[in-house]
Write a protein that binds this ligand. Structure first.
Ligand code: SF4
Length: 381
């Protein structure tokens, strides 16, 4: 199969590229890559000349025997481009109300769970607990309930927290460009929006109801946010829904497009693995070895991008990957609204690494890494 011109070439937007691609054909290309394809791809690492075919090879089963070499390359690129620092952040759930139904999420509309939307006072209390732990970058999350958590509510929360936090990001429902502008004026400097799956058939299958069913409106969130001046964008795929290697291929292409098109924007990528949640116990496992391969491949493909690893992963896995290719991590996270203050509500998913911020940072330092809490880039603009 011939691959179309990659996204980011003049006049090609990612949505057009995505419409022309076939998820199953890419899966087959990945499956068929050979060891000589992998060796050729590895010879291009660090040259800035990685092609689409090289990406397919790095994500293929044929690359697994080269995992140690890939990890060494990923580590070397990370230290050269990002130093030995790990940017710290913490999630702050504003609400777990949601009008959408996603088969992989505990907050799905039909789940009979304990729901809560925080008041502004409760949000400030959660913020002050995180601040006292040393956190200076906070990620505000909601479900998709436009009535209970309208745009103005999210902006008000951001405005209050931006008074004390050096960075306020949002991970909320997709917004229009005007709304992203409003968020930026309220002090939001970052957006996390994960496509969850780039497999269109799977996307339809797992998104049963609500706004999240609109695949392209979600896919174009980073374009709208970057156009509105949001300077940090995180994208990602939830591994375990469809073929993981193919998800990583599309996610990497999406990232390459965004980095070329919005070069002033800092781009980060996250590849969370599916975790058990309310109503979801039979979770397909993405094996550790393959997961390490995808993360290392991502670093080789995207030397300058941030790579995020959350508390979904366990302690020893996080400690090891922090030393190889990760640049942003959360710690001491709660995934329910009011979780830091001890309010009762259902969590979005169970975390695996339950160490406190202090414990986690001690572990980073013991491994020769430096946790960084303050984002200095705004004052250096
Ligand atoms: S993933 Fe988001 S939109 Fe889907 S059910 Fe969970 S909170 Fe709602």
């Amino acid at each position: 199969m011939g691959l179309p011109n990659p996204p980011g070439f003049p006049g090609i937007v990612f949505t057009d590229y995505y419409r022309r691609m076939h998820f199953a054909s890419i899966s087959a290309e990945i499956e068929n890559a050979s060891s000589s394809d992998v060796e050729h791809a590895l010879s291009k690492a660090g040259t800035g000349q990685i092609s689409d075919r090289n990406i397919l090879a790095l994500l293929s089963p044929a690359a697994l025997p080269y995992l140690e070499e890939m990890a060494r390359m990923a580590q070397s690129i990370t230290r050269q481009r990002h130093g030995n620092i790990i940017q710290m952040y913490a999630p702050l759930y504003l609400s777990n109300e949601c009008r959408s139904s996603c088969t992989y999420c505990g907050f799905s509309y039909e789940n009979n769970i304990r729901r809560r939307t925080l008041s502004m006072e409760e949000i400030e209390k959660e913020g002050s607990i995180l601040y006292d732990q040393g956190i200076r970058h906070v990620l505000l999350l909601t479900g998709e309930d436009y009535k209970r958590t309208p745009v103005q509510f999210i902006a008000d929360a951001a405005r209050r927290l931006a008074k004390s936090f050096s960075s306020v990001s949002i991970e909320v429902y997709p917004l229009k460009e005007d709304d992203y502008s409003m968020m930026r004026e309220a002090g939001v400097d970052g957006l996390a929006v994960y496509q969850e799956t780039y497999d269109p058939e799977c996307y339809r299958r797992v998104h049963l109801r609500g706004m999240k069913k609109n695949l392209e409106f979600r896919l174009e969130c980073p374009d709208r946010a970057a156009s509105a001046g949001i300077r940090k964008i995180s994208i990602g795929a939830l591994l375990g829904l469809s073929d993981s290697a193919t998800e990583v291929f599309f996610c990497a292409q999406h990232a390459r497009y965004l980095m070329k098109t919005y070069w002033q924007t800092q781009l980060s990528v996250s590849l969370p693995r599916l975790r058990p949640a309310e109503g979801l116990t039979d979770v397909p496992l993405v094996k550790n070895r393959s997961y390490v391969q995808y993360l290392c491949a991502l670093r080789i493909i995207l030397p300058d991008a941030g790579i995020i690893l959350s508390t979904r992963e366990g302690e020893s896995f996080r400690d090891q990957m922090a030393g190889i290719c990760i640049t942003q991590m959360s710690a001491g996270s709660r995934t329910e609204p009011g979780g830091y203050s001890g309010l009762e509500a259902t969590v979005q998913f169970e975390t695996e690494d339950r160490r406190s911020v202090h414990e986690f940072c001690s572990s980073l330092r013991a491994n020769g890494l430096e946790p960084v809490f303050t984002d200095w880039s705004p004052v250096m603009k």
